[in-house]
Design a protein around this ligand. Sequence first.
Ligand code: TYD
Ligand code: MG
Length: 455
Amino acid sequence: MAKPQKRYVCQSCGSVASRWQGQCVDCSEWNTLIEEVGGNVTPFQAKHNLQSGGRAIALIGLDAEVALPERMATGIAELDRAMGGGFVEASATLIGGDPGIGKSTLLLQAAAELARRGQRVVYVSGEEAADQVRLRARRLGLGDAPVELAAATSTRDILTTLGQGQPPALLVIDSIQTMHSDLIEGAPGTVSQVRASAQELIRFAKERGSALVLVGHVTKDGSIAGPRVLEHMVDTVLSFEGERSHQYRILRAIKNRFGGTDEIGVFSMETGGLSEVANPSALFLTHREEGMTGATVFPALEGTRPVLVEVQALVVRLASGATPRRAVVGWDSGRLAMILAVLEARCGLSFSTCEVYLNIAGGYRVQDPAADLAVAAALISALSERPVPADAVAFGEIALSGEVRPVAHAPLRLKEAAKLGFEHALGPSATKSDGMRVSGFKTLGALVDHMLGRG
Ligand code: TYD
Ligand code: MG
Protein backbone atom coordinates (compact mmCIF):
# COMPACT_ATOMS: atom_id res chain seq x y z
CA MET A 1 0.00 0.00 0.00
CA ALA A 2 1.19 3.45 -0.81
CA LYS A 3 2.49 5.54 2.05
CA PRO A 4 -0.21 8.05 3.10
CA GLN A 5 0.67 11.34 1.52
CA LYS A 6 1.35 14.33 3.67
CA ARG A 7 -1.03 17.15 3.12
CA TYR A 8 -1.23 20.61 4.56
CA VAL A 9 -4.64 22.05 5.21
CA CYS A 10 -5.25 25.76 5.64
CA GLN A 11 -7.02 26.22 8.98
CA SER A 12 -8.71 29.31 7.73
CA CYS A 13 -10.22 28.35 4.39
CA GLY A 14 -9.70 24.60 4.24
CA SER A 15 -7.67 24.51 1.03
CA VAL A 16 -5.13 21.70 0.71
CA ALA A 17 -1.49 22.04 -0.33
CA SER A 18 1.05 19.28 -0.87
CA ARG A 19 3.85 21.11 0.90
CA TRP A 20 4.07 23.54 3.74
CA GLN A 21 3.97 27.20 2.89
CA GLY A 22 4.01 30.27 5.08
CA GLN A 23 1.04 31.79 3.30
CA CYS A 24 -2.08 30.05 2.00
CA VAL A 25 -2.32 30.55 -1.75
CA ASP A 26 -6.11 30.59 -1.64
CA CYS A 27 -7.02 32.93 1.17
CA SER A 28 -3.63 34.64 1.65
CA GLU A 29 -3.69 34.08 5.43
CA TRP A 30 -0.29 33.61 7.06
CA ASN A 31 0.77 30.60 9.16
CA THR A 32 -2.48 28.75 8.75
CA LEU A 33 -1.21 25.57 7.07
CA ILE A 34 -1.11 22.53 9.33
CA GLU A 35 -0.08 19.02 8.43
CA GLU A 36 -2.97 16.59 8.45
CA VAL A 37 -2.91 12.95 7.55
CA GLY A 38 -5.25 12.60 4.64
CA GLY A 39 -7.21 9.69 3.26
CA ASN A 40 -6.69 10.90 -0.29
CA VAL A 41 -8.32 9.00 -3.12
CA THR A 42 -5.83 8.22 -5.85
CA PRO A 43 -6.71 9.38 -9.35
CA PHE A 44 -6.78 5.71 -10.37
CA GLN A 45 -9.41 4.87 -7.75
CA ALA A 46 -11.45 7.89 -8.67
CA LYS A 47 -11.50 7.05 -12.34
CA HIS A 48 -12.15 3.37 -11.82
CA ASN A 49 -15.63 2.25 -12.72
CA LEU A 50 -17.49 5.41 -11.76
CA GLN A 51 -20.29 4.64 -14.18
CA SER A 52 -21.45 1.43 -12.60
CA GLY A 53 -21.91 -0.11 -9.19
CA GLY A 54 -23.80 2.83 -7.64
CA ARG A 55 -27.47 2.93 -6.76
CA ALA A 56 -29.88 4.56 -9.19
CA ILE A 57 -31.29 7.78 -7.74
CA ALA A 58 -34.77 9.09 -8.46
CA LEU A 59 -34.94 12.14 -10.70
CA ILE A 60 -38.19 14.03 -10.07
CA GLY A 61 -39.60 17.25 -11.57
CA LEU A 62 -39.74 20.66 -9.94
CA ASP A 63 -43.52 20.52 -9.77
CA ALA A 64 -43.67 17.53 -7.43
CA GLU A 65 -45.61 17.92 -4.15
CA VAL A 66 -43.56 19.30 -1.29
CA ALA A 67 -44.36 19.62 2.37
CA LEU A 68 -43.26 22.88 3.98
CA PRO A 69 -40.73 22.20 6.71
CA GLU A 70 -42.08 22.50 10.25
CA ARG A 71 -41.04 25.62 12.08
CA MET A 72 -40.54 25.70 15.80
CA ALA A 73 -41.04 29.18 17.16
CA THR A 74 -39.10 29.72 20.37
CA GLY A 75 -41.33 32.51 21.58
CA ILE A 76 -38.25 34.76 21.69
CA ALA A 77 -39.63 37.06 19.01
CA GLU A 78 -36.32 38.64 18.06
CA LEU A 79 -34.71 35.23 17.53
CA ASP A 80 -37.68 33.92 15.57
CA ARG A 81 -37.68 37.02 13.40
CA ALA A 82 -33.98 36.68 12.48
CA MET A 83 -34.48 33.00 11.69
CA GLY A 84 -37.54 33.70 9.54
CA GLY A 85 -40.06 32.23 11.97
CA GLY A 86 -38.19 29.83 14.26
CA PHE A 87 -35.99 26.76 14.04
CA VAL A 88 -36.64 24.41 11.13
CA GLU A 89 -36.81 20.66 11.69
CA ALA A 90 -34.16 18.52 9.97
CA SER A 91 -31.91 21.50 9.39
CA ALA A 92 -28.53 22.78 10.52
CA THR A 93 -27.85 26.29 11.74
CA LEU A 94 -24.47 27.79 12.51
CA ILE A 95 -24.30 30.69 14.90
CA GLY A 96 -21.04 32.60 14.84
CA GLY A 97 -19.74 35.43 16.94
CA ASP A 98 -16.85 36.66 19.03
CA PRO A 99 -16.14 34.91 22.31
CA GLY A 100 -18.18 36.36 25.15
CA ILE A 101 -20.75 38.02 22.92
CA GLY A 102 -23.57 35.88 24.33
CA LYS A 103 -24.05 32.88 22.03
CA SER A 104 -24.30 30.36 24.85
CA THR A 105 -26.65 32.61 26.77
CA LEU A 106 -28.95 33.09 23.78
CA LEU A 107 -29.06 29.39 22.96
CA LEU A 108 -29.64 28.40 26.56
CA GLN A 109 -32.58 30.79 26.68
CA ALA A 110 -33.95 29.48 23.38
CA ALA A 111 -33.45 25.88 24.52
CA ALA A 112 -35.31 26.54 27.75
CA GLU A 113 -38.21 28.23 25.96
CA LEU A 114 -38.63 25.32 23.53
CA ALA A 115 -38.34 22.74 26.30
CA ARG A 116 -41.01 24.57 28.29
CA ARG A 117 -43.21 24.29 25.21
CA GLY A 118 -42.96 20.53 25.45
CA GLN A 119 -40.24 19.84 22.87
CA ARG A 120 -37.34 17.52 23.57
CA VAL A 121 -34.25 19.72 23.75
CA VAL A 122 -30.67 18.53 24.19
CA TYR A 123 -27.87 20.97 24.96
CA VAL A 124 -24.34 19.63 24.64
CA SER A 125 -21.60 21.83 26.01
CA GLY A 126 -18.04 21.12 25.01
CA GLU A 127 -16.71 24.28 26.59
CA GLU A 128 -18.25 24.50 30.00
CA ALA A 129 -18.83 21.85 32.63
CA ALA A 130 -22.45 20.78 33.02
CA ASP A 131 -22.66 22.38 36.45
CA GLN A 132 -21.43 25.67 35.06
CA VAL A 133 -24.24 25.63 32.52
CA ARG A 134 -26.71 24.67 35.28
CA LEU A 135 -25.58 27.57 37.44
CA ARG A 136 -25.97 29.94 34.54
CA ALA A 137 -29.45 28.57 33.80
CA ARG A 138 -30.38 29.15 37.43
CA ARG A 139 -29.05 32.71 37.32
CA LEU A 140 -31.17 33.27 34.23
CA GLY A 141 -34.26 31.87 35.96
CA LEU A 142 -34.30 28.86 33.66
CA GLY A 143 -33.32 26.23 36.20
CA ASP A 144 -36.68 24.50 36.01
CA ALA A 145 -36.81 24.15 32.20
CA PRO A 146 -36.69 20.47 31.13
CA VAL A 147 -33.57 20.82 28.96
CA GLU A 148 -31.41 17.70 28.82
CA LEU A 149 -27.84 18.73 29.39
CA ALA A 150 -24.50 17.02 28.83
CA ALA A 151 -20.87 18.04 28.79
CA ALA A 152 -19.30 16.02 25.97
CA THR A 153 -16.92 16.45 23.07
CA SER A 154 -17.00 13.11 21.26
CA THR A 155 -19.44 13.09 18.35
CA ARG A 156 -19.58 9.31 18.56
CA ASP A 157 -20.70 9.46 22.20
CA ILE A 158 -23.23 12.16 21.43
CA LEU A 159 -24.70 10.36 18.44
CA THR A 160 -24.76 7.00 20.20
CA THR A 161 -26.66 8.56 23.08
CA LEU A 162 -29.13 10.33 20.81
CA GLY A 163 -29.50 7.37 18.48
CA GLN A 164 -31.55 5.63 21.14
CA GLY A 165 -35.08 6.85 21.68
CA GLN A 166 -36.92 9.84 20.35
CA PRO A 167 -34.61 12.31 18.60
CA PRO A 168 -34.50 15.81 20.08
CA ALA A 169 -36.47 18.56 18.37
CA LEU A 170 -33.58 20.90 19.08
CA LEU A 171 -29.94 19.85 19.48
CA VAL A 172 -27.47 22.54 20.50
CA ILE A 173 -23.74 21.88 20.14
CA ASP A 174 -21.69 24.49 21.97
CA SER A 175 -19.22 24.73 20.26
CA ILE A 176 -18.35 22.84 17.10
CA GLN A 177 -14.67 23.69 17.62
CA THR A 178 -14.57 21.56 20.75
CA MET A 179 -16.07 18.48 19.07
CA HIS A 180 -14.00 15.50 18.12
CA SER A 181 -14.68 12.73 15.63
CA ASP A 182 -12.69 9.51 16.03
CA LEU A 183 -13.20 8.68 12.36
CA ILE A 184 -10.33 10.92 11.44
CA GLU A 185 -7.12 12.05 13.07
CA GLY A 186 -6.28 15.47 14.32
CA ALA A 187 -6.93 17.68 17.32
CA PRO A 188 -10.35 19.26 17.94
CA GLY A 189 -10.61 22.64 16.29
CA THR A 190 -8.62 21.77 13.17
CA VAL A 191 -10.48 22.20 9.92
CA SER A 192 -10.73 18.48 9.20
CA GLN A 193 -12.03 17.76 12.70
CA VAL A 194 -14.54 20.59 12.61
CA ARG A 195 -15.70 19.50 9.19
CA ALA A 196 -15.96 15.81 10.06
CA SER A 197 -17.76 16.43 13.35
CA ALA A 198 -20.17 18.82 11.69
CA GLN A 199 -20.82 16.37 8.89
CA GLU A 200 -21.74 13.59 11.33
CA LEU A 201 -24.00 15.84 13.39
CA ILE A 202 -25.68 17.32 10.31
CA ARG A 203 -26.32 13.85 8.89
CA PHE A 204 -27.99 12.87 12.17
CA ALA A 205 -30.15 16.01 12.16
CA LYS A 206 -31.28 15.51 8.57
CA GLU A 207 -32.05 11.83 9.07
CA ARG A 208 -33.81 12.15 12.38
CA GLY A 209 -35.55 15.47 11.89
CA SER A 210 -33.81 17.49 14.58
CA ALA A 211 -33.05 21.16 14.33
CA LEU A 212 -29.30 21.28 14.91
CA VAL A 213 -27.60 24.44 16.10
CA LEU A 214 -23.82 24.62 16.01
CA VAL A 215 -22.01 27.36 17.84
CA GLY A 216 -18.87 28.54 16.03
CA HIS A 217 -16.22 30.91 17.29
CA VAL A 218 -14.86 33.58 15.10
CA THR A 219 -11.19 33.99 15.85
CA LYS A 220 -8.72 36.30 14.25
CA ASP A 221 -5.85 33.97 15.04
CA GLY A 222 -5.48 31.15 12.56
CA SER A 223 -4.77 28.43 15.13
CA ILE A 224 -8.47 27.59 15.55
CA ALA A 225 -10.56 26.79 12.51
CA GLY A 226 -12.84 29.65 11.69
CA PRO A 227 -16.38 28.55 10.94
CA ARG A 228 -15.93 29.59 7.30
CA VAL A 229 -15.69 26.01 6.06
CA LEU A 230 -18.93 25.24 7.84
CA GLU A 231 -20.93 27.93 6.12
CA HIS A 232 -21.34 25.78 3.03
CA MET A 233 -22.44 22.76 5.01
CA VAL A 234 -25.31 24.28 6.97
CA ASP A 235 -28.69 25.65 5.91
CA THR A 236 -28.63 28.81 7.96
CA VAL A 237 -25.79 30.98 9.17
CA LEU A 238 -26.50 33.47 11.92
CA SER A 239 -24.07 36.04 13.15
CA PHE A 240 -24.32 37.39 16.67
CA GLU A 241 -22.75 40.82 16.72
CA GLY A 242 -22.16 43.70 19.02
CA GLU A 243 -19.48 45.46 20.97
CA ARG A 244 -18.75 43.71 24.20
CA SER A 245 -18.50 47.07 25.90
CA HIS A 246 -22.00 47.96 24.73
CA GLN A 247 -25.16 46.40 25.97
CA TYR A 248 -27.02 45.52 22.85
CA ARG A 249 -26.49 42.59 20.46
CA ILE A 250 -27.74 42.00 16.96
CA LEU A 251 -28.61 38.63 15.52
CA ARG A 252 -28.36 38.67 11.76
CA ALA A 253 -29.03 35.88 9.25
CA ILE A 254 -26.18 35.81 6.72
CA LYS A 255 -27.43 32.77 4.87
CA ASN A 256 -30.86 31.22 5.10
CA ARG A 257 -32.09 28.40 2.90
CA PHE A 258 -35.54 28.67 4.48
CA GLY A 259 -36.13 32.39 4.53
CA GLY A 260 -34.78 35.87 3.99
CA THR A 261 -31.48 37.22 5.18
CA ASP A 262 -32.50 40.79 5.70
CA GLU A 263 -34.17 40.62 9.10
CA ILE A 264 -32.35 41.24 12.34
CA GLY A 265 -33.10 40.48 15.95
CA VAL A 266 -32.03 43.01 18.57
CA PHE A 267 -31.23 42.06 22.16
CA SER A 268 -29.77 43.77 25.12
CA MET A 269 -27.44 41.90 27.48
CA GLU A 270 -28.55 42.40 31.02
CA THR A 271 -27.79 40.80 34.35
CA GLY A 272 -30.72 38.46 33.80
CA GLY A 273 -29.53 37.40 30.33
CA LEU A 274 -30.51 38.62 26.89
CA SER A 275 -33.72 40.55 26.72
CA GLU A 276 -35.54 41.44 23.54
CA VAL A 277 -35.47 44.99 22.26
CA ALA A 278 -38.72 45.63 20.45
CA ASN A 279 -37.94 49.27 19.72
CA PRO A 280 -34.25 49.45 18.73
CA SER A 281 -34.35 53.09 17.61
CA ALA A 282 -34.61 54.36 21.15
CA LEU A 283 -31.54 52.27 22.04
CA PHE A 284 -29.19 53.63 19.42
CA LEU A 285 -30.10 57.29 19.72
CA THR A 286 -27.90 58.94 22.27
CA HIS A 287 -29.36 61.80 24.23
CA ARG A 288 -29.64 64.61 21.71
CA GLU A 289 -29.07 68.22 22.52
CA GLU A 290 -29.93 71.24 20.45
CA GLY A 291 -26.91 72.94 18.91
CA MET A 292 -24.52 69.96 18.72
CA THR A 293 -22.38 69.95 15.60
CA GLY A 294 -21.29 66.92 13.62
CA ALA A 295 -24.26 64.69 14.45
CA THR A 296 -27.20 63.56 12.32
CA VAL A 297 -29.85 60.93 12.77
CA PHE A 298 -30.16 58.37 10.01
CA PRO A 299 -33.32 56.27 9.60
CA ALA A 300 -31.71 52.96 8.61
CA LEU A 301 -33.61 49.97 7.39
CA GLU A 302 -32.89 46.43 8.50
CA GLY A 303 -35.03 44.14 6.41
CA THR A 304 -38.49 45.53 6.81
CA ARG A 305 -37.64 47.22 10.03
CA PRO A 306 -36.57 50.84 10.47
CA VAL A 307 -33.88 51.60 13.03
CA LEU A 308 -32.86 55.15 13.84
CA VAL A 309 -29.14 55.60 14.46
CA GLU A 310 -26.96 58.59 15.15
CA VAL A 311 -24.08 59.38 12.79
CA GLN A 312 -21.28 61.35 14.46
CA ALA A 313 -18.46 63.12 12.67
CA LEU A 314 -15.45 64.93 14.07
CA VAL A 315 -13.19 67.06 11.93
CA VAL A 316 -9.85 68.22 13.35
CA ARG A 317 -7.78 70.75 11.47
CA LEU A 318 -4.08 69.91 11.35
CA ALA A 319 -1.51 72.63 11.81
CA SER A 320 1.39 70.67 10.36
CA GLY A 321 1.59 68.97 6.98
CA ALA A 322 1.23 65.49 8.47
CA THR A 323 -0.97 62.98 6.62
CA PRO A 324 -4.42 63.37 8.16
CA ARG A 325 -6.07 60.33 9.66
CA ARG A 326 -9.44 58.99 8.69
CA ALA A 327 -11.01 56.57 11.12
CA VAL A 328 -14.42 54.95 10.85
CA VAL A 329 -16.37 52.89 13.34
CA GLY A 330 -19.59 51.24 12.21
CA TRP A 331 -19.44 52.24 8.55
CA ASP A 332 -17.43 51.45 5.46
CA SER A 333 -14.17 53.41 5.24
CA GLY A 334 -14.17 53.20 1.44
CA ARG A 335 -17.56 54.89 1.37
CA LEU A 336 -16.36 57.63 3.70
CA ALA A 337 -13.44 58.31 1.33
CA MET A 338 -15.95 58.52 -1.51
CA ILE A 339 -18.21 61.03 0.27
CA LEU A 340 -15.16 63.15 1.19
CA ALA A 341 -14.04 63.09 -2.44
CA VAL A 342 -17.49 64.12 -3.71
CA LEU A 343 -17.66 66.94 -1.14
CA GLU A 344 -14.26 68.14 -2.31
CA ALA A 345 -14.66 67.71 -6.08
CA ARG A 346 -18.32 68.70 -6.49
CA CYS A 347 -19.00 71.05 -3.62
CA GLY A 348 -15.64 72.71 -2.99
CA LEU A 349 -15.44 71.60 0.67
CA SER A 350 -11.90 70.48 1.43
CA PHE A 351 -11.01 68.05 4.19
CA SER A 352 -7.46 67.53 2.93
CA THR A 353 -5.79 69.22 5.92
CA CYS A 354 -8.23 67.74 8.42
CA GLU A 355 -8.39 64.52 10.32
CA VAL A 356 -11.83 62.96 9.94
CA TYR A 357 -13.46 60.59 12.44
CA LEU A 358 -16.79 58.97 11.82
CA ASN A 359 -18.72 56.97 14.36
CA ILE A 360 -22.10 55.30 14.43
CA ALA A 361 -23.42 55.68 17.96
CA GLY A 362 -23.94 52.67 20.17
CA GLY A 363 -21.52 50.50 18.21
CA TYR A 364 -24.14 49.78 15.54
CA ARG A 365 -22.93 48.80 12.02
CA VAL A 366 -24.63 50.55 9.13
CA GLN A 367 -24.71 48.70 5.81
CA ASP A 368 -27.54 50.62 4.19
CA PRO A 369 -26.31 52.84 1.25
CA ALA A 370 -29.00 55.35 2.15
CA ALA A 371 -26.69 56.54 4.95
CA ASP A 372 -24.60 58.62 2.51
CA LEU A 373 -26.57 61.82 2.94
CA ALA A 374 -26.63 61.53 6.73
CA VAL A 375 -22.86 61.04 6.75
CA ALA A 376 -22.38 63.99 4.41
CA ALA A 377 -24.61 66.18 6.60
CA ALA A 378 -22.62 65.19 9.71
CA LEU A 379 -19.33 65.98 7.92
CA ILE A 380 -20.55 69.35 6.62
CA SER A 381 -21.85 70.20 10.08
CA ALA A 382 -18.57 69.22 11.74
CA LEU A 383 -16.48 71.19 9.24
CA SER A 384 -18.65 74.30 9.29
CA GLU A 385 -19.49 74.07 12.99
CA ARG A 386 -23.15 74.61 12.16
CA PRO A 387 -25.50 72.12 13.78
CA VAL A 388 -27.97 69.96 11.95
CA PRO A 389 -31.37 70.69 13.58
CA ALA A 390 -31.94 68.25 16.43
CA ASP A 391 -35.40 67.40 15.12
CA ALA A 392 -34.13 66.36 11.65
CA VAL A 393 -33.24 63.03 10.09
CA ALA A 394 -31.23 62.62 6.87
CA PHE A 395 -31.10 59.87 4.25
CA GLY A 396 -30.25 59.42 0.57
CA GLU A 397 -27.65 57.74 -1.59
CA ILE A 398 -24.94 59.92 -3.11
CA ALA A 399 -23.57 59.23 -6.58
CA LEU A 400 -20.03 60.14 -7.64
CA SER A 401 -21.58 62.89 -9.75
CA GLY A 402 -22.86 64.49 -6.55
CA GLU A 403 -26.44 63.58 -7.37
CA VAL A 404 -28.65 62.58 -4.43
CA ARG A 405 -30.48 59.40 -5.37
CA PRO A 406 -33.78 58.15 -3.97
CA VAL A 407 -33.62 55.14 -1.67
CA ALA A 408 -35.86 52.20 -0.90
CA HIS A 409 -38.74 52.51 1.56
CA ALA A 410 -38.55 56.24 2.27
CA PRO A 411 -42.12 56.30 3.72
CA LEU A 412 -41.24 53.56 6.21
CA ARG A 413 -38.15 55.44 7.34
CA LEU A 414 -40.09 58.69 7.72
CA LYS A 415 -42.89 57.01 9.64
CA GLU A 416 -40.44 55.63 12.20
CA ALA A 417 -38.75 59.02 12.51
CA ALA A 418 -42.11 60.74 13.03
CA LYS A 419 -43.01 58.16 15.66
CA LEU A 420 -39.88 59.11 17.61
CA GLY A 421 -40.68 62.80 17.49
CA PHE A 422 -38.64 63.99 14.50
CA GLU A 423 -40.32 66.69 12.46
CA HIS A 424 -37.97 67.45 9.62
CA ALA A 425 -36.28 65.27 6.97
CA LEU A 426 -33.37 65.98 4.65
CA GLY A 427 -33.62 63.62 1.70
CA PRO A 428 -33.64 63.09 -2.06
CA SER A 429 -35.62 65.69 -4.02
CA ALA A 430 -38.79 63.71 -4.72
CA THR A 431 -39.34 62.62 -1.11
CA LYS A 432 -42.89 63.13 0.15
CA SER A 433 -44.28 62.81 3.61
CA ASP A 434 -47.64 63.45 5.21
CA GLY A 435 -46.49 64.17 8.71
CA MET A 436 -43.06 65.70 8.16
CA ARG A 437 -41.46 68.75 6.73
CA VAL A 438 -39.18 67.53 3.94
CA SER A 439 -36.23 69.38 2.44
CA GLY A 440 -35.43 67.63 -0.83
CA PHE A 441 -32.04 67.91 -2.52
CA LYS A 442 -31.15 67.04 -6.11
CA THR A 443 -27.43 67.31 -5.47
CA LEU A 444 -25.02 67.23 -2.57
CA GLY A 445 -24.11 70.81 -3.50
CA ALA A 446 -27.69 71.85 -2.75
CA LEU A 447 -27.42 70.29 0.72
CA VAL A 448 -24.14 72.14 1.34
CA ASP A 449 -25.78 75.44 0.29
CA HIS A 450 -28.77 74.72 2.52
CA MET A 451 -26.64 73.90 5.55
CA LEU A 452 -24.27 76.81 5.10
CA GLY A 453 -27.18 79.18 4.56
CA ARG A 454 -26.16 79.96 0.98
CA GLY A 455 -28.50 80.32 -1.98
P1 TYD B 1 -21.72 33.87 26.74
O1 TYD B 1 -23.11 33.50 26.40
O2 TYD B 1 -20.96 32.94 27.59
O3 TYD B 1 -20.89 34.20 25.43
P2 TYD B 1 -20.35 33.21 24.27
O4 TYD B 1 -21.03 31.91 24.45
O5 TYD B 1 -20.72 33.93 23.00
O6 TYD B 1 -18.89 33.14 24.43
O7 TYD B 1 -21.80 35.32 27.40
C1 TYD B 1 -20.78 35.72 28.18
C2 TYD B 1 -20.91 37.16 28.57
O8 TYD B 1 -22.21 37.58 28.80
C3 TYD B 1 -20.14 37.35 29.82
O9 TYD B 1 -19.15 38.31 29.57
C4 TYD B 1 -21.12 37.83 30.83
C5 TYD B 1 -22.30 38.27 30.05
N1 TYD B 1 -23.57 37.92 30.69
C6 TYD B 1 -24.38 38.91 31.19
O10 TYD B 1 -24.06 40.09 31.12
N2 TYD B 1 -25.57 38.57 31.77
C7 TYD B 1 -25.96 37.28 31.85
O11 TYD B 1 -27.07 37.01 32.37
C8 TYD B 1 -25.11 36.26 31.35
C9 TYD B 1 -25.49 34.82 31.45
C10 TYD B 1 -23.94 36.62 30.78
MG1 MG C 1 -20.12 30.09 24.97
